[in-house]
Design a protein around this ligand. Structure first.
Ligand code: NAD
Length: 369
């Protein structure tokens, strides 16, 4: 492969390398059949990095990530590493990458493929054809706010403290991403907070409203309380196009939207940072799922979330919308033709391994060009 866009591939632990192998097949397909325009390098992360270097992320990998145009990340963690001190845990590598790359916007699409619309725990007519995006602020809010900690109160009693903090700049930069995403979709933004009981929520609402009036008044903006949003997501998810929300509420709401689509093995995600001088954002693409130690090494992992994360990379980092759609169509075709990994298996369908699913997706790509 030859070109100027650099992609760093970090498969990680557990099923990470298994689903990444299938994504490599798709990348190789693009290499063979289209001018790909990016160079791929691979390295260790998480437990795999700890095993070799006694750290979940080396300075070298951090440096490569900072120099890459996009990072493709598998999954990290597993029972072998549970007893390690906090600083050495595989999951620290992901937090460090998010921090060092300044990834403040987390995009989680919730798309229900027609072939799987009866796999959701919700009624088919509620979820059929769903295509929405949850945009979660990722570097601010209560997970990072100060003061925090556990204080001794005396008499053996303690007080646990966390603080929800948001500044104008933090709200506006994620708000911008939300409106820009919606511009390329149906043009509807729901801004979600709890301004009825939280001052940080009130500021969130005011800043998003100002941004809308300044630059995006041709679009639709709705303000919604987070508790109502949780209810609306399971009552009528089709009303949503882009939901933009805080770190804490996004964490919860994106898991609800995940459930709408049926399986963790189908859910991709992207985390974006600021634009650099070339207009390219630092970015990391990963499936929503973890390293799934319960199915590791058994050929049961669904590679679709990882492959769709690669499709998001094509769309948001490499500006290759048509290629991204090609991957999505290939996945759709494979599902329509009844191929299923165990997590999405339904009666009368064809049960396939991780590897077979990757091969079938590439076969559909062949058919589509
Ligand atoms: P998990 O997402 O790994 O697994 C939850 C359940 O979903 C399991 O039953 C698993 O078999 C199933 N599953 C997940 N992905 C699947 C796929 N692609 N195909 C088929 N089935 C799939 O979550 P967990 O069990 O809570 O965590 C396991 C480990 O992963 C822990 O060490 C955790 O810290 C780590 N983790 C890492 C990330 C990450 O790397 N981003 C995210 C979440 C959890």
């Amino acid at each position: 492969m030859s070109s100027n866009r650099k992609v760093l591939m970090l498969p990680g632990d557990g099923i990470g390398p298994e689903v990444m192998s299938q994504t490599k097949l798709v990348i190789n397909w693009f290499d063979k059949n289209k001018e790909v325009g990016f160079d791929v390098e691979e390295d260790l992360i998480g437990g795999a990095s700890f095993d070799k270097y006694k750290t979940p992320i080396t300075d070298n990998v951090l440096e490569k990530s900072l120099n890459a145009d996009a990072v493709l990340f598998g999954a990290v963690g597993g029972p072998d590493y549970d007893k390690l001190p906090f600083k050495d845990k595989p999951e620290r590598s992901l937090l460090k990458l998010r921090k060092e790359l300044g990834l403040f916007a987390n995009l989680r699409p919730a798309i229900v493929f027609d072939a799987l619309s009866d796999a959701s725990t919700l009624k088919t007519d509620i979820v059929k054809g769903l295509d929405m995006m949850i945009l979660r602020e990722l570097t601010g809010g209560i997970y990072f706010g100060e003061p925090r900690g556990i204080e001794e109160l005396g008499d053996g009693k303690k007080r646990g403290i966390n603080t929800e903090v948001y500044t104008t700049d933090e709200i506006r930069r994620v708000g911008e991403v939300g409106f820009e995403l919606a511009t390329k979709r149906k043009g509807i933004v729901h801004s979600v907070e709890k301004s009825n009981v939280m001052e940080s929520g009130l500021l969130w609402r005011e800043e998003i409203q100002k941004l809308y009036e300044e630059k995006y008044h041709h679009m639709q903006l709705h303000h919604m309380f987070a508790d109502n949003c949780a209810m609306q997501l399971v009552r009528d998810p089709h009303q949503f196009d882009v939901i933009v929300t805080t770190n804490l509420f996004g964490d919860l709401l994106s898991d609800i939207s995940a459930q709408l689509t049926g399986s963790l093995g189908m859910l991709p995600s992207a985390s974006l940072g600021e634009n650099n001088i070339d207009g390219i954002r630092k970015s990391l693409y990963e499936p929503v799922h973890g390293s799934a130690p319960d199915i590791t090494g058994q050929g049961k992992a669904n590679p679709i979330a990882m492959i769709l994360s690669f499709a998001m990379m094509l769309k948001y980092s490499l500006d290759r919308n048509q290629d991204a759609e090609l991957v999505e169509k290939a996945v759709d075709l494979v599902l329509q033709e009844g191929f299923r990994t165990e997590d999405i298996m339904q009666p009368g369908k064809k049960l396939v391994s991780t590897e077979k699913m990757g091969i079938e997706i590439c076969n559909r790509l062949d058919r589509l060009i």
